[in-house]
Design a protein around this ligand. Sequence first.
Ligand SMILES: [Zn+2]
Length: 172
Amino acid sequence: MAIRDLVILPDAVLRQVSAPVEAITPEIKALASDMLETMYDAPGIGLAAIQIGVPTRVVTIDLAKQDEEKTPIVFINPEITWSSEEMNVHEEGCLSIPEYYEEVERPARVKIRYLDLDGKEQEIEADGLLATCIQHEIDHLNGVLFIDHLSRLKRERVTKRFAKQARRESAA
Ligand SMILES: [Zn+2]
């Protein structure tokens, strides 16, 4: 297991569409365990493989609080099979857009089909924070960021801020 570097806005890697996992190989299991370790270290509640630079459809989520027992879920090739018409607003953040938070409106409930690490097909119905989180992470697999759900003005403002920061860091 290893903690990997996070890909940060405005890195173009974040805009890549990730490819489906063809088989649950030892490499995929190692990737999932690195993702969990990286996510816990950050700390964050969700991570998509592309956020550590791997364009593969793997997502890790753990909504347990810092002092609670860990409850990791690894989603391989997750797909939204149903979303509610009812919407919900949640404040979102992203490990690739550190220390930036905004409210995003998404379907309040979703059904997700995915493979677990044993290659078994699973389906869950999610609501609340899990619904928000899994939709945010599936967006990553399609090259979409939560700031894409904001107004153009807000999106441009935060993108500019991070671009400036990246330039400063590469000049330093
Ligand atoms: Zn994110």
